[in-house]
Design a protein around this ligand. Sequence first.
Ligand code: IPM
Ligand code: MG
Length: 355
Amino acid sequence: MEMNIALLKGDGIGPEIVDSAVCVLEKIGEKFGHKFNFTPYLIGGCAIDAVGEPLPKETVEGCLAADSVLLGAVGGPKWDTLPGNMRPEKALLGIRAAMELYTNLRPAKLYPALKDDCPLRADIAKDGFDILIVRELTGGIYFGDRGYREGKYGEEAYDTECYSRFEIERIARAAFEAAKLRRCNVISIDKANVLESSRLWRKTVHEIAEEYPEVTCTDMLVDNAAMQLVKNPSQFDVIVTSNMFGDILSDEASQITGSIGMLASSSLGDTKRGLYEPIHGSAPDIAGQNKANPIATILSAAMMLRYAFSLEAEAKCIEDAVDAVLEAGIRTADIAKDGKSIGTKEMTAEILKRI
Ligand code: IPM
Ligand code: MG
């Protein structure tokens, strides 16, 4: 197969970790006889510096024309004081919207080799966990009406949470389809005791659940979910939730795996193309120092092979190589044991050796 992949390296550690994933994809190409053509595009702070806007038109066009997109991370203190629509983060939301990537899959599992990195008590961690967070990605408060106005106490700002039945139906279907390939259990997370949008969410999810009699579907309030994730994470199979709740709960879920540096994600729409990215940010404090953990981005590349190109054996080959590295006790600083760790490049080389 020959595939054209758009690379959005972005800011901070983005370039280093995307370079690692490119090395891994090239090795996979050699081993399995595929050709990957990589074309870099600007996004985020580096795009602001180079061309004065976080999401240039060429980037959007390049991503839409590519077979798939691999993204590093965007943002950094240098651009933090820019107005909202000029921030690097706006580019991330912009590309998700432009590509209509409404489904964000964020798997969080506890690797046996990383059990000691899990901050949960041993009796809770002992059963392990394997959770798939299905986060709605192009709706809700991230994209709702917002602004400033005069209110009862003078100047005020507002953001609006709004979900259409259509948006809830399609993300619910994505969650049920994913659950069918796993343990057939969906927990839908909302705040239906307070929010009208959550009440529509809950009602609609249950309507779609009837199309999937083989999948169990229950509801959980988001505050309780935050608690249950640390109390009894093994009860979760697939979580489906709104854009903002998914953002928050996926960071929490990542932390109980030991490190946010381990979590990959894929953002999908109606086509298989998708955008693949680690869930962590640009970590400006360690950028350019060969310290970042490249595993989340490398696992995102594996997800790309699986979902965008249906290359299951190739995806598994990367995941097995990551497992083997962890089993061998090889660690970057974020998951280091006894203070012994290696850098981004060295970790990449260890994974390449096992492919
Ligand atoms: C994520 C990030 C983004 C989000 C930010 C950088 C806009 O936190 O992908 O989880 O909130 O979606
Ligand atoms: Mg986040």
